[in-house]
Write a protein of this length. Sequence first.
Length: 207
Amino acid sequence: MKKKIPVNTIFTDIGGVLLTNGWDRGSRRRAIDLFKLDEEETEERHHLTFDTYEVGKITLDEYLDRVVFYKKRSFSRKAFKDFMYSQSKPFPEMLQLVQQLKQQYGVKIAVVSNEGRELAEYRIRKFGMNNFVDFFIVSSFVHFRKPDADIFKIALDTAQVAPQQVLYLEDRSMFVQVAETLGIKGLRHIDHKTTVEKLAKFGFTIK
């Protein structure tokens, strides 16, 4: 009989699991309306350069130079960046849940996320994730982004765990599937209630 390997590490995404997405289509739509930007041009410029920002090859200011401030604007760079940061909102139940898993079961917690550096650092500080997350494997820190399997390999190396010891919380099914090709157990997050139910199947019963 094959011995079951217990999970001792939780990998989790940030956007869509612990917090809202940092800079998604909805946030950009609100920015376009508020700052009276050209929607088609803004979206085209965003899609041409955002991956480069998320993988850590340009700064937030360089991203904004390409997408917003390539011509004179009636608003300041600070006003626009403040708006970007304000789009991040917490999912308190999920933040509490991950902290409960750590406290109750002594598991290691690792973030595996696609985020630009400045947005990631702001979100980590603002919502106190550095108080309970052991490792941050963020695309802009390690220069790989999901769905590249290498970001998960870096996470495994950083946490020094076998894939079979990891449970990965992620809202995007493709990313779950990529992680599973490495032997990582995937849990597709939809909402707090169903995630708690799914966690029980992996032996994590929240008190």
